[in-house]
Ligand binder design. Structure first.
Ligand code: FAD
Ligand code: NAD
Ligand code: FES
Length: 294
């Protein structure tokens, strides 16, 4: 379908860009209708060009008065890298949203928000909403090395404690976010709620750290999405042995009920196609067998 999706906006102008880390870029984009309605945990589906794929991106922040939303994009494949080449003054072809269920926000008490890599951008709006609801918010933000620890200043502005972690020990706590979480659970005070966003193995590991302690834990799932409106079934996940569509039932789910193995397997479905699409092909790479030759 060319043109905007129902409820979508066309030719959204980019008002600001900033490189935050290698292959990670911040965008402030004109999207007045989305800015008016969005809540923490919701996302948009963007098409960078009229013939491109639709990709889901979480809304990091918004300003309903000035009519913009902000996004943080990690370049991992064709569409995210094409988007990351755009600069202030360029436009994305269309943008639909806000989509998905907002994060459930209550006054839990002591809440820990965990972001792994670009997952921190997705967890940030939930940290803001939890703080606004009166929670004592602690955040653990991990990266492979110092340059991949995102939004530390923004998290410090809304959290009572912030623990940066790095896999290589180049900054903050030396270890995975889950190591720091286990330490916080052991040291107290007690934790009432955890939300974790990041790579699938990280979210699975967080679930296993909190499970024996019975700590209420939510993860924001990232299955492959196509339409984002519950029509195609592309984003189906298994939660408590029930099939759910992450785009309309989620993306937040009870971490202790998620079938992470299935999610990881389904996310690998198109890896071979993505690999070949990202390779540079010239005519001599293409060998066409005449029909019926083999
Ligand atoms: P492709 O060439 O299609 O894929 C490259 C690699 O990324 C492959 O390994 C592929 O398996 C993996 N991939 C593909 N789709 C997804 C996906 N949906 N989630 C995770 N990995 C994927 N990314 C951000 O950078 N910022 C965000 O705020 C953000 N929010 C998201 C919110 C939701 C609800 C979901 C489902 C995903 C979100 N993502 C976000 C991930 C982003 O949508 C994917 O990285 C993007 O679709 C990849 O498209 P591509 O064409 O660049 O890469
Ligand atoms: P990364 O692989 O560098 O990991 C970030 C941090 O997560 C690490 O520093 C570590 O603290 C933790 N971590 C990673 N593996 C772990 C494990 N096995 N056990 C415990 N902790 C672990 O992350 P990246 O390169 O920034 O990539 C971001 C990832 O987030 C991608 O895999 C992408 O698919 C995923 N992602 C998730 C969402 C979502 O909504 N959940 C959205 C976008 C991207
Ligand atoms: Fe199609 Fe969720 S993306 S049903």
């Amino acid at each position: 379908m060319d043109g905007p999706q129902p409820g979508g906006e066309l030719m959204n102008r980019i008002l600001e860009t900033r490189v935050l880390a290698p292959e990670v870029k911040y965008f402030r984009i004109e999207a007045p209708k989305v800015a008016r309605k969005r809540k923490a945990g919701q996302f948009v589906i963007i098409r960078v060009t009229g013939t491109g794929e639709r990709i889901p991106l979480t809304i990091m922040d918004s300003n309903p008065d000035d009519g913009w939303i902000s996004l943080i994009v990690q370049g991992v494949g064709k569409t995210t890298r094409t988007l990351n080449e755009l600069e202030t003054g360029d436009s994305v072809h269309d943008l639909a949203g806000p989509l998905g269920m907002p994060s459930e926000i209550h006054e839990y008490g002591r809440a820990v928000v965990i972001g792994g890599g670009v997952g921190t951008a997705i967890a940030y709006p939930t940290a803001v909403a939890l703080a606004e609801a009166g929670n004592d918010v602690v955040s653990i933000i991990g990266g492979r090395s110092r340059e991949f620890v995102l939004l530390e200043d923004e998290m410090r502005a809304v959290c009572t404690e912030v623990y940066p972690t790095t896999d290589d020990g180049s900054y903050g706590y030396h270890g995975f976010v889950t190591d720091k979480l286990a330490e916080l659970i052991a040291d107290g005070p007690s934790i009432d709620h955890v939300i974790a966003v990041g790579p699938v193995p990280m979210m699975q590991a967080v679930a296993e750290v909190t499970r024996p302690h019975g700590i209420d834990t939510v993860v924001s799932l990232n299955p492959i999405m196509v339409d984002g409106t519950g029509m195609c079934g592309g984003c189906r996940v298994s939660v408590g042995d029930e099939t759910k569509f992450a785009c309309v039932d989620g993306p937040d789910f009870d971490a202790h009920q998620v079938d992470f193995e299935l999610l990881a397997r389904r996310n690998r479905t198109y890896s071979a196609f993505e690999y070949y699409r990202n390779e540079e092909f010239t005519e001599e790479h293409i060998h066409v067998d005449p029909v019926g030759s083999s």
